[in-house]
Design a protein around this ligand. Structure first.
Ligand code: B3K
Ligand code: ZN
Length: 846
């Protein structure tokens, strides 16, 4: 496969002045007519007329009305064109029903829909399918279906046809078309400047009852973007469509967002609190793309973080505003450590702005998205809120309607603040997780306290030597009583080694370092259990308070695993005190009760140079949970009272925090009462959060046969609920049982490998059962590899993404390494393996 490099970027030889498309829909033979007005691009030198096109049957082509015969290649076509402006017309045929890759125009249960980002438009018609080519689209759809949608505003429509016009120039990746038998949940929004916008959430008949929450989330997002970023919506209508077969969460097509139904449909009976929160965040994310992504887009796909990092950052600010800011921050860091750290410390490590790729779909990663958002958070911390707001205003003003780069983005910050951001830019070019170590010095006589930091980023593929990065390190100091003597202060570290001094102290302080997780680094510091327990009890920074508990749990697990130690009493005492502190938000207490996942422990062991043993990690996690259950048993009843929710179910922060704490307690309680409480909750639950939490406890306790059958019976008609049924019973079961169970479920009549949600519910959940996936006999690896090989022939994108569990293969012992490597090699050797999967497995094997 061909490698594409950032350094090779050149502008396209032509500009697109207008695009007219006519679709005549047919499952096996859809006709697409295009009429595109091109003109020479004054900024380009190369005038080769190349149009991307894949899997298309070209029926005719004309330039200025005269028939032409272009030269076709596998990737597209070239053709001689006039010197000045000209009109290109073509007709192609495509087969949406045969499109199982779910990229381009495809069908999901009789409904037509599209996914074009990153490079799917070229499977719809011949076109310069690159984000820096922007055009105004007019679309006519002809088809015997009640609802026919495309981007922009509706123009005219009649029986079996509809026309849409999008006045905002856009790249082809934002094109969308939907046609089907759909019903709308409709509402209306008036923008700050008084423009009325019609809002529709289109779903299949039967799903109308799952729309209200998503619609509210959309309206909140629209208001928030006006209030916080001054961004207004810019069309007469905003459409969202829910589709069952979708490779990822959702897509921000201009004026016509398309969502995986799991990322938008919700009701209290069928969705958990976590689902509601995620849906609110995804709706916000896609909506915010209207400005950060659509009005200002990317020059090329190397700049993907320009829209994704920024939009993730914006959606996390939104969630922090709608719910609890500390809880959101802690959850984001948990997620970053679970997904981005392993990526950044393994064979798939790449910079936030990559410099080469073979298949761009492989770079929609935790690094681009979540580390990309962290980088923006650091920038905001460094320049301050006011300068951030000014820089963003300048960005929107200066670049509206353009396809931009990271250089453009950083320039607005440099211009507003006068800062030199050259070193900061390393966050975009240098891969890997920096490690930060620290030394303390206390001069009692002078009352002077000094923190000396050392930063070091280990090598990553293609980048053996790393330069120091700009690290914003938020530090606060506490005195021995737990009072804050130095408020949160931002230290700006730019050297490999650097010291910072605090004067005028009357006693040796306890430092709270990296408050709010102010930089995405690994902090190597072991202050010992007393100091951690002190911070757990006293830190005024909620993130670091949580972190202190997390560190204690981590150290306890490490000592259990490596030294056969008993679960740490200081940790158990600290948690027991904190969890019954009714002045603390229940959601925060629920997070405090959580422990590092088993794969996080494997990561931590690896970071410390120890080979992780999945069975030992599992045993330690079980022992710690048992000890916690024993320690908290006397207060189970009091905690259950504190979690009591009055009134009707609402998926808001307050109620869901209580339920989260209640579920954490229930899982401990199940260890003591053999599942009696969980079974009662399972039977009486009137919402999915309580029902699924109870079922999860029963699965963990191995008491699940009846409950699983009852759940299936109750929910077999609901695809999204059944995804939970498939996933949870595999992820939460005992390691020995995971493979047999997953194997049996792939033979279940409702298992459908062509549906990405269902495939992930089984194979993805299995890989999350850490000790189950990493069975010493290697059968877990073989099972996943077999299914990936099968899926690759149908859906390369989802297959490539699901190779990720293998990325950590070099961490494990020789036996497991060999078995994982062999499984990867077997995938790599599959005849006609897709470009997507080939790139992933070869990077892992390199
Ligand atoms: N931009 C899309 C992701 C497209 C993925 C293409 N493989 C959704 C999002 O980030 O909002
Ligand atoms: Zn996005």
């Amino acid at each position: 496969p061909q490698t594409i490099y950032l350094k090779d970027y050149t502008p396209y030889g032509f500009v697109v002045e207008a695009v007219h498309l006519t679709f005549t829909l047919d499952p096996d033979a859809t006709r697409v007519k295009s009429r595109i007005a091109f003109a020479p691009n004054p900024d380009a030198t190369d005038r080769t007329f190349f149009l991307h096109g894949e899997d298309l049957t070209l029926l005719s082509a004309r330039i200025d009305g005269a028939e032409v015969t272009p030269s076709l290649t596998e990737a597209g076509l070239t053709c001689d064109v006039p010197d000045g402006p000209f009109t290109w017309e073509a007709e192609v045929e495509i087969a949406p029903d045969a499109n199982t890759a779910l990229e381009g125009l495809y069908m999901s249960d009789g409904m037509y829909c599209t996914q074009c980002e990153a490079e799917g438009f070229r499977k719809i018609t011949y076109y310069p399918d690159r984000p820096d080519v922007m055009g105004v689209f007019t679309v006519r759809i002809e088809g015997d279906l009640p609802v026919l949608l495309s981007n922009g505003n509706p123009q005219q429509a009649g029986e079996g046809w509809a026309e849409w016009h999008d006045p905002w120039p856009k790249p082809a990746y934002l094109f969308a078309l939907v046609a089907g038998d759909l019903v709308a949940h409709s509402d209306q929004f008036t923008t700050a400047s008084g423009r009325d916008v019609a809002l529709n959430l289109w779903v299949r008949p039967g799903d109308e009852g799952k729309c209200a929450f998503g619609m509210q989330a959309l309206k909140k997002s629209m208001r928030w973007d006006e209030e916080v970023y001054g961004r207004e919506y810019d069309l007469d209508v905003f459409n969202i469509v829910a589709v069952d077969d979708f490779n990822m969460g959702a897509m921000e097509n201009k004026g016509l967002n398309i969502f995986n139904s799991a990322a938008v449909l919700a009701s209290p009976e069928t969705s958990t609190d976590a689902n509601f929160e995620r849906i609110e965040a995804i709706i916000a994310h896609e909506y915010f793309h209207n400005w950060t992504g659509n009005r200002i887009t990317c020059r090329d796909w190397f700049q993907l973080c320009l829209k994704e990092g920024l939009t993730v950052f914006r959606d996390s600010e939104f969630t922090a505003d709608m719910r609890s800011a500390p809880v959101k921050r802690i959850s984001d860091v948990i997620d970053l450590r679970a997904r981005q750290f392993p990526e950044d410390q393994g064979p798939l490590s790449h910079p936030v702005r990559p410099e080469s790729f073979q298949e761009i779909n492989n770079f929609y990663t935790a690094t681009i998205y979540e580390k990309g958002a962290e980088v923006i958070g650091m920038l905001k911390r460094l320049v301050g809120d006011e300068a951030y707001a000014k820089a963003l205003a300048l960005y929107f003003d200066r670049h509206d309607g353009q396809a931009c780069t990271i250089e453009d983005w950083l320039a607005v910050f440099a211009d507003v603040t006068g800062r030199d951001l050259a070193q900061f830019k390393r966050w975009y070019s240098q891969a890997g997780t920096p490690r930060l170590s620290v030394n303390e010095e206390w001069d009692a006589e002078a009352g002077r306290y000094t923190l000396s930091f050392h930063q070091h980023t280990p090598p990553t593929p293609g980048q053996p030597d790393k330069a120091p990065q700009v690290l914003p390190i938020a530090v606060g100091l506490l005195n021995a009583n737990g009072d804050e003597v130095v408020e949160t202060t931002l230290l700006e570290m730019t050297e490999a080694e650097q010291s910072f001094t605090f004067e005028g102290l009357t006693g040796r302080p306890v430092p709270s370092i990296l408050r709010g997780f102010s930089a995405p680094v690994v902090l190597d510091r072991d202050p010992g259990p007393e100091e951690r327990a002190f911070l757990l009890a006293h830190d005024t920074d909620p993130f670091n308070r949580w972190e202190a508990g997390r560190q204690l749990a981590r150290e306890s697990l490490l000592a259990q695993i490596t030294k056969g130690a008993a679960p740490d009493a200081a940790y158990l005492d600290g948690i027991a005190t904190l969890v019954r502190d009714d002045t603390l938000d229940p959601a925060f207490r629920a997070l405090m009760l959580g422990t590092p996942t088993q794969s996080e422990m494997a990561q931590v062991l690896h970071e410390r140079g120890t080979v992780p043993d999945p069975d030992a990690i599992h045993a330690a996690a079980e022992a710690l949970a048992e000890a916690k259950a024993l320690r908290l048993a006397p207060i189970f009843d009091a905690l259950a009272m504190a979690c009591h929710v009055e009134g009707a179910y609402a998926p808001d922060a307050e109620q869901s925090g209580k339920r989260a704490l209640g579920s954490a307690v229930l899982s401990l309680q199940t260890r003591r009462d053999g599942g009696v409480t969980a079974r009662a909750q399972f039977e009486s639950a009137d919402n999915m959060t309580l029902q699924l939490a109870a079922l999860t406890c029963l699965v963990r306790a191995g008491q699940d046969a009846e409950a699983l059958a009852a759940f299936e019976e109750q929910w077999r008609h609901d695809r999204l609920v059944m995804d939970k049924w498939f996933a949870m019973q595999i992820a939460a079961t005992a390691p020995d049982n995971a493979l047999p169970r997953a194997e049996a479920l792939t033979a279940h009549p409702a298992f459908d490998m062509k549906n990405p949600n269902r495939f992930r519910a089984v194979l993805g959940a299995f890989a999350m059962n850490h000790a189950g996936f990493h069975r010493a006999d290697g059968k877990g690896y073989d099972f996943v590899a077999d299914w990936l090989v099968k899926l690759d022939a149908k859906n390369p994108q989802t297959t490539a993404r699901m190779c990720a569990p293998f990325q950590t293969w070099r961490r494990y012992d020789a036996g497991r390494q060999e078995k994982m490597r062999a499984a990867l090699q077997r995938i790599a050797d599959t005849p006609s393996l897709s470009r997507d999967t080939t790139e992933m497995v070869s990077r892992m094997l390199q």
